[in-house]
Design a protein around this ligand. Structure first.
Ligand code: ASP
Length: 295
């Protein structure tokens, strides 16, 4: 099987000053993941690596650089899934963990559960030897929080926010994996959990059809289980590009939702679609010497 990876850095109205660093970030993430695949790394290793890189990049709303909730705190959601066994791991509303995607993988591999939240997830992290950081806040988000706090503005237009990250990969053995990680939406109430960590909504991977990572308005994505919808279209024989387009059409037509998806089908073909002003995205297929990107 020809190896391939696609990554995203959120579907939203990416402001001018963030376009260049977003493009650079998703390209580097795709390059690192492809290098891992070419060294015979698994699809799971590749998506974890791609997302870890973006979590550490402060330009994205995941890990370091995440948006702050109404109490001025970072609360993180993340999930990872692999398509051979349908094994999955997820964490939600977790605090002070630098790489929540790795914690999600630990839930998958070292617990009997799929989703751990809040205090329990943090406790699990400590047991697993994760370092608990004092803060993942960056100045840009602290300033935004001050602004929102002054206006006491709980809801923003979705197209103004974003920067969630995700990755989908297929390895040499045909295994597919997907991963998604986010700080969620600015000024969310504490305890709000979005789609990103919900299997079938923010991601899905099934070797029999393909893999998906979604981003956008979480409250809409959850209602139609967007990533599973993409997989259903793949199962009906649509290719990756068409399945991506049809799922975003459904998101818009059925509930007027906004967002985007990245897809790899079981044949290794890549697709993406979004109905927001922009989506940061990069992909690399075996045989390409550098990633293709768009913002
Ligand atoms: N879907 C994420 C959430 O609602 C946000 C995003 O993708 O930008 O938490």
């Amino acid at each position: 099987m020809k190896r391939a990876v696609i990554v995203h850095g959120g579907a939203w109205k990416i402001p001018k000053e963030l376009q260049k660093p977003s493009r650079k970030g998703v390209k580097e993430s795709a390059r690192l993941a492809m290098k891992c695949l070419m060294n015979n790394g698994s699809a799971l290793d590749a998506v974890e690596l791609a997302v870890r890189y973006l979590e550490d990049n402060p330009h994205f709303d995941a890990g370091t650089g995440s948006v702050l909730n109404a109490e001025g705190e970072v609360e993180l959601d993340a999930a990872i899934m692999e398509g051979k066994t349908l094994n999955a791991g997820a964490i939600a509303a977790v605090r002070n963990i630098k790489n929540p995607i790795s914690l999600a993988r630990s839930v998958m591999e070292n617990s009997n559960y799929v989703l751990l939240v809040g205090r329990g997830a943090n406790k699990f992290a400590t047991h697993q030897g994760y370092e608990i950081f004092t803060s993942l806040k960056v100045r840009r988000e602290t300033e935004r929080w001050k602004r929102l706090h002054k206006e006491y503005k709980e809801t923003m237009k979705f197209s103004e926010i974003g920067g969630t990250v995700g990755a989908v990969a297929i390895d040499a053995t045909g295994n597919i994996a997907a991963a998604t990680s986010t700080g969620g939406v600015p000024f969310k109430p504490p305890g709000r959990v979005g789609d990103s960590c919900l299997i079938g909504s923010g991601l899905y991977a099934d070797n029999e059809v393909g893999g998906v990572s979604a981003t956008g308005d979480g409250e809409s994505i959850m209602k139609i289980a967007l990533s599973k919808v993409v997989c259903e279209y793949l199962g009906k024989g649509l290719n990756a590009e068409k399945a991506a387009q049809e799922s975003v059409k459904l998101l818009e037509n059925r509930i007027d939702g906004r967002g985007g998806v990245i897809v790899i089908d079981k044949g290794g073909d890549i697709g993406l679609s979004y109905n927001t002003p922009k989506m940061a995205c990069a992909y690399m297929k075996e045989g390409m010497d550098k990633p293709e990107s768009q913002v």
